[in-house]
Design a binder for this molecule. Structure first.
Ligand code: ZN
Length: 120
């Protein structure tokens, strides 16, 4: 076995929000993720001391909420705008007709959904 000794480092300092802190020199390295998976350990080189270190990352989840009425109205407006856009031509292409048809179905489903909420 290769003779490798465990390195003491400050785990707390090496947990950060934006950058990957080099465990050797403390430099904040900006990481640009490129297909790396959450939970995997990735090898990188410190921009400052040029030592190789490993980083992993977690993505965090943020929630936003809104009243269901507002969502319904916004969504309705969005679908109607879409229908307007595809109904501009006097002689629409087949795909435009399809999109209008699909959008009208979406609209019907949305209305149905909202009605079921109001009833309850
Ligand atoms: Zn470093």
């Amino acid at each position: 076995m290769i003779n490798v000794k465990e390195v003491e480092f400050d785990e707390w300092d090496c947990t950060g929000e934006d950058d990957a802190v080099c465990p050797y020199c403390g430099h904040n390295n900006e990481i640009i993720l490129d297909g790396e998976r959450e939970g995997e350990q990735v090898e990188t080189e410190c921009e400052s001391c040029e030592k190789t270190f490993m980083y992993g990352f977690k993505t965090s989840v943020t929630y936003d909420t809104q009243p269901v009425e507002n969502y319904y109205l916004e969504e309705r407006k969005r679908i109607l705008n879409r229908i307007d856009r595809y109904e501009i031509d006097n002689e629409p292409y087949t795909w435009q007709k399809e999109l209008v048809k699909q959008s009208n179905q979406d609209l019907a489903l949305l209305d149905e959904w909202m009605e079921s909420l109001i009833e309850n």
